[in-house]
Ligand binder design. Sequence first.
Ligand SMILES: *[C@@H]1O[C@H](CO)[C@@H](O)[C@H](O)[C@H]1NC(C)=O
Ligand SMILES: *[C@@H]1O[C@H](CO)[C@@H](O)[C@H](O)[C@H]1NC(C)=O
Ligand SMILES: *[C@@H]1O[C@H](CO)[C@@H](O)[C@H](O)[C@H]1NC(C)=O
Ligand SMILES: *[C@@H]1O[C@H](CO)[C@@H](O)[C@H](O)[C@H]1NC(C)=O
Ligand SMILES: *[C@@H]1O[C@H](CO)[C@@H](O)[C@H](O)[C@H]1NC(C)=O
Length: 601
Amino acid sequence: MKGITCLGALALFTSAASAVKVNPLPAPRSITWGHTGPIAISKPALRYDQCQDGHEGILRRAWDRTWATITDLQWVPAATEAPIPSFQPWPTDAAQAKRDTATTAVHSVQLAIVDVDADLQYGVDESYTLEVTANSGVIQINAHTVWGAIHALTTLQQLIISDGQGGLIIEQPVKIEDAPLYPYRGIMIDTGRNFISVAKILEQIDGMALSKLNVLHWHLDDTQSWPIHVKSYPQMTRDAYSSREVYTEADVRRILAHARARGVRVIPEVDMPGHSSSGWKQVDPNVVTCTDTWWSNDDWPKHTAVEPNPGQLDIIYNKTYEVVGNVYKDLSALFTDNWFHVGGDELQNNCFNFSAYITEWFAEDPSRTYNDLSQYWLDHALPIFRGTGGPHRRLMMWEDIFINSDAAHDVPRDIVMQSWNNGVDNIKNLTASGFDVVVSSSDFLYLDCGFAGFVTNDPRYDVMSNPGGDVTFNYGGNGGSWCAPYKSWQRIYDYDFTTNLTASEAQHVIGAEAPLWSEQVDDVTISSKMWPRAAALAELVWSGNRDASGHKRTTQLTQRLLNFREYLVANGVMATNLVPKYCLQHPHACDLYYNQSAITP
Ligand SMILES: *[C@@H]1O[C@H](CO)[C@@H](O)[C@H](O)[C@H]1NC(C)=O
Ligand SMILES: *[C@@H]1O[C@H](CO)[C@@H](O)[C@H](O)[C@H]1NC(C)=O
Ligand SMILES: *[C@@H]1O[C@H](CO)[C@@H](O)[C@H](O)[C@H]1NC(C)=O
Ligand SMILES: *[C@@H]1O[C@H](CO)[C@@H](O)[C@H](O)[C@H]1NC(C)=O
Ligand SMILES: *[C@@H]1O[C@H](CO)[C@@H](O)[C@H](O)[C@H]1NC(C)=O
């Protein structure tokens, strides 16, 4: 460990303005303001020391980006939090704030980092402090690692705003002590159901960086398409949607570099042995089974998939493991994270009927069960998955491999379980069983829910009454939108996912991730479905959903999130709007309850 100090000097500016106390998102763990009032920051030629920047200049580029954003945007939040409830007058726009004469200005940003070598991997220290002492003219940032310093800069860029008259100001004094509650804070994109362009993936990463999310879980493929180039089997991308809808190795490297520069890990997922058809079948049709069968549960005993089109890896066919091994090895060489997600969800028994190898395996010993088959998969695939990817390789799987009726018997406890069913019940089960858990409960965190069904020739829509009245269809049952309704940002933020866990069980919850499955998502819709709701999750896992006295602070998040949505859009992240602009400009005017403690406990 070596300590360095990087000095960034900013030119003096001789006037300041009255500013507002800008509340960044996610809310820091601790932020204290004084009463001195704002201090000016000019637009200087930045002098940034050529300090030892441990990661190929990441720190320097992060600062350049931060300063460019500050100066380009000249940001002014629409309104900050009002004293609650204070209905008249509404707080003054920062843009219209009165200018005062300031005697000092910010002249330097000092970054001190303890360990410049710490790599961006699971559990790296992301803490930082940021302090502007009254009239010192210095912004002091201390962080243990480069990655903490990057978070400090995304906080700083939200604190420095325009004075509305061509100048920049920061409210001071201010002292922030910050660190995430959870080391795993993610979103999931799915490029198997629909292709997402590199540019749009970078846009998601930009939103993540601003909200301090640190894991992009990339569900690469699914039965519908195989969009990623694999060196050993270039023929797999014959099952991409087109030759343009393919990620080359250069594309992947570009995404990884963009993410790393912003403190975001990228965890690849190849979903196996379920959800497998496209790509694999180009290597050897026998590697997959049931690919050309009828999928639907209109005849339940016959159905082979949860959605079209069907396909699963053939667990008994020997060559499956050779192909899986080569695909996994090539992708492990390309992706840089220690972690790899190997799927494991939603196996459909009937699909296996279409494999001669599997039916013969069952016939050999009538006592064999689908649980035994799942176990066979683990016994043969795990040594491959563990044997590649370096000494720190850690595997993630969907919870189904452990908690389903066809689960394997013996799932090693070092595999991280991603929980998506039954809310806190499954989280309790998994943590009590000794697994580390990433929370993705579909009832709270699935961002794709509530847009009706995508399957066609569906007579259930042809009724002359509101199908919403049928609670088993549109709202939470099978069919249409299986996980309806839409998960609002309030639903997400209010989710207390450690409810009823013991302290030691809660220790096993390492974070949460909001998946956005993309049956109905492509470049046009990804950002509006992802944002700003993912930012509500970001704050939930960064500093929690409670204030210092332990009360839910959802109503206080409101204005932060509405402002942050504007900020995302200004930064090129096409987040959807949540309210009439009136509500943005008039904090709490659109609350349902006058009583600001209506959301208990
Ligand atoms: C698959 O095999 C099981 C067990 O033999 C049987 O009950 C089921 O109907 C078969 N499914 C199909 C689609 O043939
Ligand atoms: C699969 O491999 C095993 C072990 O190498 C061998 O015993 C078995 O005969 C092979 N099965 C087939 C169908 O080739
Ligand atoms: C977890 O769920 C599995 C499958 O339903 C069950 O067998 C097991 O007993 C449960 N474990 C705990 C600790 O609740
Ligand atoms: C927590 O446990 C209590 C007591 O068993 C139960 O009534 C409650 O429903 C549980 N909460 C959740 C969210 O499951
Ligand atoms: C506000 O709501 C909370 C929670 O329901 C309640 O405890 C409190 O008494 C209410 N305050 C007022 C002023 O009504």
